[in-house]
Design a protein around this ligand. Structure first.
Ligand SMILES: [Zn+2]
Length: 303
């Protein structure tokens, strides 16, 4: 079995999912990448409220696209068969809080990281220059989009205080000249503003850690700390302490917390080294299959 999960795998699985669960799945395009590849949002459930889950902001973290699709299959099956989990009817839950999944935020980057420079439109020499800014020698390690902008340092949340660790477009860490210059990020911002989700979940690799804090106080702080502790129990992942500022600002989760005041989490699945590949999928699945269910159920319970 191939160790990768590529965009071709995603397209095939999306088509199968829409065929198999045509009655319960709605897939639409929410925008296009720099090179014109479609960005999809897949909805499951009739809930007027929703939880928004996204994956692969970072190119080499394509294992999270596999995870997002595996979750959609599992939840669509439960919905279609009217299954109960822990005594909770899944369909009734999803008809209160729908699940909306963006399986790949950075499709151009995923193509580059999984298939190499010939798969994208930017000349290889330019890509190599950007790769060298990070001191890297393999496209499999690429995180940014094909313009060398790190999509998870592009959101308007303490953006100006981000440390500049590279001096121009690069395979990772370059935040751009200002927030939200990249079409992939603009699509995520527009989708989030339109949906007004009651919680969000951003999947990344690796480290088996949970980011949950971005300056909350009082009741939102207590609420999010309790939810994060629940996620930590469920997954076995480590909670990033509130005073840890190594990855703080500019991220999707940071922006959601700062803008909407809702519970938002970044889960770093898998263990180093990158890329996290299929050998870890069984472990990642075990740790994460109940994560959306837990959050949707808690959100309903919190009212
Ligand atoms: Zn990441």
């Amino acid at each position: 079995m191939d160790a990768l999960y590529t965009l071709a795998d995603l397209e095939r699985d999306l088509a199968r999912l829409q065929t198999r669960y045509a009655d319960v799945i709605a897939c639409r395009e929410i925008g296009r990448s720099v090179e014109g590849r479609p960005l999809y949002a897949v909805r499951l459930g009739e809930g007027t409220r929703c939880m928004l889950l996204n994956a692969s902001h970072h190119a080499r973290e394509w294992a999270t696209t596999w995870l997002a699709m595996a979750l959609l299959w599992h939840y669509a099956h439960a919905y279609a068969t009217d299954a109960r989990w822990e005594g909770v009817p899944v369909r009734a839950l999803l008809d209160r809080v729908a699940l909306v999944v963006v399986p790949v935020v950075n499709p151009d980057g995923v193509e580059l990281a999984t298939r190499g420079p010939a798969a994208v439109g930017v000349p290889e020499a330019q890509l190599r220059t950007m790769l060298r800014r990070n001191g890297w020698d393999r496209f499999a390690l690429w995180k940014a989009n094909v313009r060398g902008v790190d999509l998870n340092r592009q959101y308007d949340a303490d953006w100006s205080s981000l440390r500049q660790v590279v001096d121009g477009p690069a395979a990772a860490f370059y935040p751009g000249v200002r927030p939200a210059t990249e079409p992939e990020v603009r699509a995520m911002i527009a989708l989030t503003r339109t949906l007004r989700p009651c919680a969000t979940l951003a999947y990344h690799t690796a480290g088996e850690e949970i980011y949950w804090y971005f300056g909350q106080t009082d009741e939102p702080l207590r609420r999010d700390r309790a939810l994060a502790a629940g996620l930590a129990r469920l997954t076995g992942y480590r909670l990033i302490p509130e005073d840890d500022r190594t990855a703080y600002g500019g991220g999707y989760t940071d922006w959601v917390i700062a803008t909407f005041g809702i519970p938002a989490f970044t889960l770093e699945v898998g263990r180093e080294p990158h890329p996290v590949d299929r050998r870890q999928f069984a472990r990642i699945w075990r740790q994460n299959k109940e994560v959306p269910f837990y959050l949707m159920r808690e959100v309903v319970r919190l009212g």
